[in-house]
Design a protein around this ligand. Structure first.
Ligand SMILES: C[S@@+](CC[C@H](N)C(=O)[O-])C[C@H]1O[C@@H](n2cnc3c(N)ncnc32)[C@H](O)[C@@H]1O
Length: 448
């Protein structure tokens, strides 16, 4: 998450309080912003055994609360309709506001004479918001309203063109403003009538979150995409997005929905409000299975689901090579420079095979060989670097987490593993991983 990023989670009453504590642990209590309430249902459930729940929670955390600030929400036409211009003021529409304040000061507790000659004092235990001098200035600038007959309690005129361009969000989000579960289901029905997703969110709810927490072109992540509301709303609002979904509804809901959004065919949800005409595009990736698995003895081996091409491509990615299998040379699966190549194989390579490989690579070229195991001293082949796949993959895994995911985007540089049998040379890519010359198999040992 970026330094000025924030996390927004909708969650029901059963889990909200546990999740709050969990997020406190991750973000620090100091970065808690608010627990907003979303009115998800309108009709009471009269068959509810205890209470009829009509809201979900919206937990909001910032990466750094000291720097994170929400945007203001756009002013609604309803808010602006409160502004009138009953005295034809040249400055345009205005509304009047109370001029007395609670925080008492004797200096601003004084009688005011209205244009009609009536004497008005502030209400009991309150005082005026302005000093006598300031009030005189405001009166001469026609900024104090004494009512149409000049006889009323003075009020300050607030001009529409002087109020801030937006409003601060409150923590209660009503269905009239952001939609409810029923609205969300109607939105889903527009692109999948047969199977309405169980727990979609209304587009207006996500829109409000984006209005508060993002700006055009920002990147939003929804790792529980569901029916794809986040991506649909982000697309319509000009935000970039990434969604993750493990369910099959990725195909039945998310992809069809986003296609309709891109085509401009989706005119539901917030489309009309933002004048959505379509545009943009998206890419869709299916995650590969885990590259490594433990065999029955607990040794890490390459997952048997991987075929030769998948393995070569994965290893290229992990080692920072461009995957480009050559038709001319079986050992060229990818390259890092014009003269540096990579070869990934499930075989165990013996001295004879390695010598043949080294001869073919020749002088002036180098080859990283990722194999099951090798049975020759690595230093014998100056143009080859030998690595055993499970070990090199394990070095790049983020162990110690619950998910054991590979950090393929920002791979750490693996430290060269220099075995005792090999003299410690400078860690060039050429001679980094000479492994034991007696090693286990790449796939499950008992079945290889
Ligand atoms: C409550 S739904 C999200 C609804 C979504 N906001 C919408 O508007 O449709 C949660 C989704 O998270 C998915 N999910 C749960 N665990 C996941 C995981 N570990 N990785 C990816 N998706 C997951 C579920 O399959 C489900 O579709």
């Amino acid at each position: 998450m970026s330094e000025d990023g924030s996390l927004w989670i909708t969650i029901d009453d059963n889990e909200a309080h546990y999740l709050k504590v969990l997020c406190d642990e991750v973000f620090g209590r100091a970065n808690f912003i608010a627990n907003a309430i979303w009115q998800k249902k309108y009709a009471p459930q009269n068959d509810a055994k205890w209470l009829s729940d009509s809201h979900d929670h919206l937990l909001i955390f910032a990466k750094a609360k000291t720097i994170w600030r929400p945007n203001l929400l756009p002013r609604s036409a309803e808010m602006d309709s409160l502004y009138k211009n009953i005295d034809n003021d040249q400055r345009g529409l205005w509304m009047s506001d109370n001029m007395s304040v609670k925080s008492y000061s004797a200096a601003t507790d004084y009688p005011i004479t209205t244009p009609s000659g009536r004497i008005v004092n502030p209400p009991a235990s309150r005082c005026w918001a302005f000093s006598k001098e300031k009030l005189a200035e405001l009166v001469s600038d026609n900024r104090i309203w004494f009512g149409a007959k000049g006889d009323g309690v003075p009020r300050i005129k607030r001009f529409l063109n002087e109020v801030q361009s937006g409003v601060v969000s409150k923590t209660i989000w009503l269905r009239d403003d952001v939609g409810d579960n029923q609205d969300a289901k109607k939105e889903v029905k527009k692109f999948n009538e047969i199977s309405v997703f169980d727990t979609p969110k209304p587009e207006r709810l996500i829109q409000k979150i984006f209005q508060l927490a993002t700006n055009p072109n920002d990147l939003v992540l929804d790792s529980f995409a569901g029916s794809g509301t986040t991506g649909a709303v982000a697309q319509k609002m000009g935000r970039r997005w990434i969604m993750i979904e493990l369910g099959e509804h990725c195909h039945t809901h998310i992809i069809p929905r986003l296609q309709k959004v891109i085509d401009g065919e989706d005119q539901g949800g917030i489309s009309k409000a933002v004048n959505w005409q379509g545009g943009g595009g998206f890419r869709y990736y299916k995650l590969a299975p885990s590259l490594l698995q433990q065999d029955r003895w607990g040794n890490w081996v390459v997952n048997r689901e991987y075929n030769a091409e998948m393995l070569a491509e994965a290893i290229c990615k992990l080692e920072g090579f461009s995957y480009a299998p050559s038709d001319a040379h079986y050992w060229q699966h990818g390259f890092s420079t014009e003269t540096d190549f990579i070869y990934a194989t499930t075989q165990t390579l013996n001295a004879e095979q390695l010598q043949a490989l080294s001869d073919e690579v020749g002088e002036g070229r180098t080859l990283l060989v990722c194999c099951s195991a090798f049975r020759a001293p690595a230093e014998r082949f100056p143009n080859l670097t030998l690595k055993k796949i499970p070990r090199m993959v394990l070095q790049k895994c983020e162990w110690g987490h619950d998910d054991y995911s590979l950090n393929v985007e920002n791979l750490p540089q693996a430290k060269p593993a220099v075995p005792e049998a090999v003299s410690a040379e400078p860690p060039s890519r050429k001679k980094v991983a000479a492994d034991s010359i007696s090693q286990g198999g790449l796939f499950d040992e008992g079945e290889a």
